[in-house]
Ligand binder design. Structure first.
Ligand code: IPE
Ligand code: IPE
Ligand code: MG
Length: 245
């Protein structure tokens, strides 16, 4: 678990830090276009945003961070962009995993390991997971070739394959067959780039998450934007279908 924060920036309440924050890192292409650069430059510039967000989350004691890096629908993009994204994610792991390991971050990957993901990328993912599996300060889940619908389909398939009867399929059974059954539901989901949609992210888990939409394009996102989203989260009243307390 995360270290208890001593004092938090920007007037954040240390007793109401979200346990799990999930983030749709969007707007890389527009960031690049604004500068007359190819879209791939925007993805590259997203690395600094990712690392600063992780550091900010560590700073305020967020124990679970889930980042949407590549969706099951992103294969629809031009072949060159997909190829770039695969290589970029691989090189990012190679360049950054030791540093994340030193910070006590456990790295995991949620998504389908299908034939479209190059083998060497899968290998880097496995190496990073193995290297960091003993860490508990933060669990950083990278959603890669991830789709919320695919995850639910995969869970139901696994139940059927195990011969579980209809009357034993309940919410607990489905949850326990998601990619990471120990992943808490996100308290806070942040989407950047001024888009107001979920785009097939964590559909099961975000049933009662607080949603915060940021206008920042992902490469411009920094820990101050994370703190602003957490402050917004702390101003919300969560009711879970019940009445105000
Ligand atoms: C998010 O940025 C990164 C991925 C989806 C891989 P985009 O590439 O979607 O950037 P925009 O939305 O086109 O600006
Ligand atoms: C969501 O962004 C996926 C990731 C951030 C990896 P997209 O850019 O793919 O979403 P849409 O197409 O705008 O809904
Ligand atoms: Mg986008």
């Amino acid at each position: 678990m995360a270290d208890p924060p001593v004092s938090l920036p920007a007037g954040l309440d240390p007793d109401r830090v979200p346990v799990h924050v999930a983030c749709v890192m969007d707007g890389n292409g527009r960031w690049a276009a604004q500068r007359g650069l190819p879209r791939t430059e925007g993805h590259g510039a997203g690395e600094a945003a990712l690392l600063d967000t992780v550091d900010g989350a560590l700073e305020i004691g967020i124990g679970w961070l889930t980042m949407f890096a590549f969706s099951t629908e992103n294969w629809r993009r031009p072949r060159d962009e997909v190829r770039y994204l695969m290589g970029f994610n691989e090189s990012l792991l190679v360049r950054r995993r030791d540093e994340l390991h030193d910070k006590g971050v456990r790295i995991r990957f949620a998504g389908r390991r299908d034939w479209r993901v190059p083998r060497r990328v899968l290998r880097r993912m496995d190496e990073s997971t193995e290297l960091t599996e003993g860490n508990r300060r933060m669990t950083l889940t990278m959603a890669f070739n991830y789709g919320g619908r695919a995850e639910i389909v995969d869970a139901v398939r696994a139940l059927v394959a195990q011969g579980v009867s209809a009357k034993h399929i309940d919410e607990r059974a489905i949850r326990s067959h998601l990619y990471f059954p120990d992943l808490p539901d996100p308290d806070l989901v942040i989407r950047t780039s001024g888009e107001y949609r979920i785009s097939n992210f964590l559909l099961w888990q975000l049933a009662y998450s607080e949603l915060v939409f940021s206008d920042a394009l992902w490469p411009d996102f920094r820990r101050r934007d994370l703190f602003a989203a957490v402050a917004e989260y702390q101003s919300r009243e969560r009711r879970y279908g019940g009445l105000r307390r």
